[in-house]
Design a binder for this molecule. Structure first.
Ligand code: IPM
Ligand code: MN
Length: 360
């Protein structure tokens, strides 16, 4: 098949890890007879430096015309000035909104080989397999917000969480459909004891589940209590659905279950059009350019791209198997290796993945 893939390498380690994922995709294309055409565009800090805009129009246009998008990371200390006119993160928020990517899928899977890299106990985390659905284009991130000067010299700032019925319906539906293909359990996380917007989530989600998914086990958990349950009973969760802000926080917490942020991919999907795939780790400016960044999350994001945007399940699974084999062989990047043990750099571990792919 022919596919147009837009690359948004971004900032920090973004370009390094994206380049490695491209090597893997090129190898898949050769092996399975596909034609992947890559087009690289700017987003984030580098786009601000070159154009003054964190998401230049030309990037948006190319993304809209593509079959799928692979993103590295955005942001860094260079653009952290709180008074700056624009920030790299604005580019990411804007592309999510422009492309209608309302569902952010974040799988949290523990690799048996890496259980000891987690700060948590083996018996609690081993076997964890959670799929988060984070709502991505609404809530606190996109509601009315502002800052005003008060007569007494203070400032008053506000951000509001706004959701409509249909915004809740579509993400709950997508999450429940995924649960149906997995272990048939959906957990909805909110703060309905306090927040009005959460009460809309609670009512809407209950109705959708009752009317359309009565065959699924359905559980409702308050977000504060979820922060606790994620660490005490991670294995009891299958699919979890929640709002934008809660999902942002809970998935970072959940990322500690597998031990390293460096292994976790994510997919952002809309109802149609291209999906956007990225590692959930950030731009890691502290190690950018040193050649030690872990590319596996981006390589696994490329696998999600093949699966969700191009329907190439066999190819996606081949990448995932290759990554698992490389871990089983004992190959580790610095973020995964216990102190004092040998490590592989960004390119060397990708070489191992490619070797392993060749044997599939
Ligand atoms: C994420 C990130 C972003 C978010 C930032 C960089 C805007 O933390 O994708 O989780 O908050 O959504
Ligand atoms: Mn985040």
């Amino acid at each position: 098949m022919k596919a147009n893939i837009v690359l948004l390498p971004g900032d920090g380690i973004g370009p390094e890890v994206t380049a490695q994922a491209v090597r893997v995709l090129e190898s898949i294309a050769r092996k399975f007879g596909h034609d992947f055409v890559f087009l690289s565009k700017k987003i984030g800090g580098i786009a601000i430096d070159e154009t003054g805009d964190a998401l230049p129009q030309d990037t948006t246009d190319a993304c809209k015309k593509s079959d799928a998008i692979l993103l590295g990371a955005v942001g860094g200390p260079k653009w952290d000035d709180p008074n700056a006119k624009t920030r790299p993160e604005a580019g990411l928020l804007k592309i999510r909104k422009e492309l209608g990517l309302f569902a952010n899928l974040r799988p949290i899977v523990t690799f048996t080989e890496l259980v000891d890299a987690s700060p948590l106990k083996r018996e609690i985390i081993e076997g964890t397999d959670i799929l988060f659905f984070r709502e991505l284009t609404g809530g606190l991130y996109f509601g009315p917000s502002g800052t005003e000067d008060l007569p007494d010299g203070q400032q008053r700032a506000y951000s509001t969480a706004v959701y409509t019925t249909s915004e809740v319906e579509r993400i709950v539906r997508m999450a429940a459909e995924a649960a149906r293909k997995r272990r048939r359990k959906l957990t909805m996380v909110d703060k309905a004891n306090v927040l009005e917007a959460s009460r809309l989530w609670r009512r809407t989600s209950a109705r959708i589940m009752k009317e359309e998914f009565p065959d699924l086990e359905y559980e409702v958990v308050l977000v504060d209590s979820m922060a606790m349950h994620l660490l005490s009973r991670p294995k009891s969760f299958d699919v979890v659905v929640t709002s934008n802000m809660f999902g942002d926080i809970l998935t970072d917490e959940a990322s500690m279950l597998p031990g390293s942020l460096g292994m976790l991919p994510s997919a952002s999907l809309g109802s149609n059009g291209p999906g956007l795939y990225e590692p959930i780790h950030g731009s890691a400016p502290d190690i950018a350019g040193t050649g030690i960044a872990n590319p596996l999350a981006t390589i696994l994001a490329a696998a999600m791209l093949l699966r969700h945007s191009l329907s190439l399940e066999t190819e996606a699974a081949a990448i995932e198997t290759a990554v698992k084999k490389v871990l089983a062989q004992g190959c580790r990047t610095a973020d995964l290796a216990p102190k004092g043990t040998p490590t592989l750099g960004t390119i060397a571990i990708t070489d191992k993945v490619l070797e392993s792919l060749d044997k599939v």
